[in-house]
Ligand binder design. Structure first.
Ligand code: IVH
Length: 664
């Protein structure tokens, strides 16, 4: 039976490759499904032959995964950008200077506009997939990447025993449009462009969901153990191993050929099924690449040529004004829908009143818009040649569009604010959103739910969250038993969040995560903070007058003190756990702990904090010096094996919490 399973897996891998990479299937969809079904049945019957690299595993898993950071085998660097032919000429001069008498050939390739990924194969099997991260270490997204049909999970042909390959994951444009239409229909937020959709998809914690996203992977770089001395040849060889590498790369002997390649693709890029944002030019000889080497961030042997951002001209329909958590009012231009760089654009950012002034916008103006790196396009200029004689200058509003209060503009600032902090709905909901966010109280509640609870009159401030009752929630629209239980449990759990995070969650102006930590260390309770003088606050390192005054101002407001009392009554932690600190310190003192997988009681972020609170150190890579491995659910077998190999004790979540004397 094992033999049939292997045979089916091999066959299905080949058919997948023919279908997704070569686009020339040799069997019908029904024949494919029949084979897949046979495999699935056998795998179910004989679970002892489970293989995570089986074609049946493309469907993903329901297990939520938090991504574990792992070091790259080779740094994952980026490229220098260039925007003109002169820049490319300068690059060529630099290369020739360093290359001495060597003949230079360049390989030109498409610059795919997606999310970079590094794939590692051992004995032809996909071992792991990492995001770029900070270039030194990235998130392990193997479970998600395995669901992408153009990523081979089993190599074919004459592949080396170990190989790392890098590429880009994209969402083809037509699939993206369709995907967004579906999202809109479901009332979900749409993505601004295919790149963001690809990035968002890869970050999903449930790989079964990722499997439903129409993602594709293109490979472009082998960082080590290259099969030949030519990058161009290596791409062709990697294609025979099953990688998706478009056959359009070109070897160029002269800069003229490079420029011709750029011009051709600048014109033809709209005909591609996916977005490219430029061309990458690489020295072809691997030996020469090695001689040229890298700077700290980029290779000296390659450069990206970025196409000019596309512009579009459309009509300004109106300007609307949005109010944020801090009361800041942001103008947004509503435009006649226009296609730009593959998406339909209906809105553009305007930042503040100065920008409206600077662009000299008038009603009904035609404007030029451009998409830069940002999600929402910006207005470059108004087309004054077509301006209507009677057009009125666009004026910034003077009252809040949400609550009618008169807006104020602090001296020296370009932003207008709604001063009605405590009664203006978006400000109230915005503060609650901040309070529940992952880095603050980590309470699982969606933005839409916060708005729903607010409009139902159940919450007016963050303190009210803790008074929510089962009966109130279950009677609401869209609240099933499970979601009510989850919310109540999540609120209960948040009562253990350490004081410095509660302080951050309060949303005091200028008190971000770091300032909150500093404050909590120097003044370890909310009551002491409330009564601290400006002078006392200013004496804390890194706390200046602006922060000190903002804290004083916050506690002057009776509204804020009422919230604190509500939090106190609910049992939220309003002081640092000082007395036990010394005992805590000892428990993990000197221990280096690597943490991986998903935990039932707390988020990984919180587990990491516990390690620090109890005197331990979080480490991201495993070595002989590691004291423990803290293993959650879904931890990769390779990691466990490594720990065992190095004789590092493995702690389960229960072992760990018991060790710290925490009972859940
Ligand atoms: S080569 C060490 N080739 O663009 C050099 N990168 O803006 C590795 N990209 O970091 C990169 N298409 O994420 C290379 N054909 C291509 C590419 C490409 C897209 C991405 C990659 C890179 C970024 C730089």
């Amino acid at each position: 039976m094992q033999q049939r399973i292997e045979e089916l897996r091999k066959l299905l891998h080949e058919h997948n490759y023919n279908y997704y990479v070569l686009h020339s299937p040799t069997i019908t969809d029904i024949e494919f499904d029949t084979l897949l079904q046979e495999l699935q049945q056998l795998e179910e019957q004989y679970p002892e032959y489970f293989d995570q690299n089986s074609p049946s595993q493309r469907v993903g898993s329901d297990i939520d995964a938090q991504f574990v950071q792992e070091p790259h085998s080779y740094p994952m660097l980026s490229l220098a950008n260039s925007y003109s032919k002169e820049d490319i000429t300068d690059f060529d001069v630099r290369v020739r200077k360093l290359a001495g008498n060597n003949v230079i050939q360049y390989t030109c390739e498409l610059k795919y506009d997606g999310v970079a990924v590094s794939l590692q194969y051992i004995n032809g099997k996909l071992q792991r997939a990492l995001t770029r991260g900070d270039g030194i270490q990235g998130d392990n997204i193997t479970a998600n990447v395995r669901t992408i049909p153009t990523v081979p999970i089993q190599l074919q042909g004459n592949f080396p025993p170990e190989i790392e390959i890098r590429g880009e994951i994209v969402m083809p444009r037509s699939k993206f449009d369709q995907f967004n239409i579906e999202r809109e229909k479901q009332g979900e937020q749409v993505f601004a462009n295919p790149r963001n959709a690809a990035a968002g998809s890869l970050k999903l914690q449930n790989s079964k969901e990722v499997a439903k996203r129409p993602l594709e992977a293109f490979m472009y770089y082998i960082p080590a153990h290259q099969p030949t001395n030519s990058h161009f040849e290596n791409l062709s060889i990697a294609r025979t191993w099953g990688f998706n590498i478009p056959d359009v790369a070109k070897k160029c002997d002269t800069l003229e050929q490079v420029f011709a390649y750029i011009d051709t693709w600048d014109k033809q890029r709209k005909q591609l099924a996916f977005d490219i944002d430029g061309i990458v030019i690489k020295v072809d000889s691997i030996q020469l690449q090695q001689e040229l080497g890298f700077t700290a961030k980029i290779p000296r042997w390659a450069i990206a040529y970025k196409f000019k951002a596309e512009q579009a001209r459309t009509r300004l329909l109106s300007v609307s004004f949005q109010v944020g958590r801090t009361g800041a009012v942001t103008p947004v231009a509503n435009l006649e829908p226009v296609k730009l760089a593959g998406t339909i654009v209906k809105r553009a950012t305007l930042h503040n009143s100065d920008q409206i002034e600077q662009l000299d916008l008038h009603t009904d103006d035609y404007v030029f818009i451009e998409k830069g790196g940002e999600i929402i396009p910006k207005i470059i200029r108004a087309d004054v040649t077509t301006r209507n004689l009677f057009a009125q200058k666009i004026q910034f509003i003077t009252t809040c569009p949400e609550c009618g209060s008169t807006l104020t503009r602090p001296i020296g600032e370009a932003t207008y604010y709604c001063p009605n902090q405590y009664d203006c709905p978006p400000q109230i909901c915005g503060r609650i959103e901040h309070f529940v966010s992952r880095k603050a109280m980590d309470i699982g509640i969606a933005e839409a739910t916060i708005f729903q609870l607010y409009t139902e009159g159940l919450i007016r401030d963050v303190g009210d969250l803790y008074s929510l009752q089962y009966q109130q929630l279950i009677s609401l629209d869209r609240f099933a038993e499970k979601s009510v239980q989850n919310l109540l449990q999540s609120l209960e759990k948040s009562k253990h969040i350490p004081y410095h995070r509660v302080l951050y969650a309060l949303g005091i102006r200028y008190v971000g995560e770091t300032v909150a930590k500093t404050l909590a260390k120097a003044i370890p309770s909310i009551d002491a903070l409330k009564t601290a003088s400006i002078l006392q606050l200013e004496q804390i390192p890194e706390i200046g007058t602006k922060i000190a005054e903002s804290i004083k101002q916050h506690f002057k407001e009776p509204y804020n003190n009422i919230i604190i009392e509500k939090l106190r009554n609910a049992g939220v932690c309003l002081q640092a756990q000082e007395q036990t600190e010394t005992i805590k310190q000892d428990i993990l003192k000197g221990a280096s702990i690597i943490i991986s997988g998903v935990f039932k009681s707390y988020s990984r972020e919180h587990m990491k904090e516990l390690i620090e609170q109890y005197g331990g150190k979080n480490v991201s890579s495993i070595s002989k010096q590691t004291t423990y491995m803290l293993a959650g659910e879904g931890i990769g077998p390779a990691k466990l094996e490594k720990a065992m190999e190095l004789n590092i004790p493995i702690l389960t979540e229960e072992d760990f919490l018991n060790k710290l004397g925490i009972s859940i």
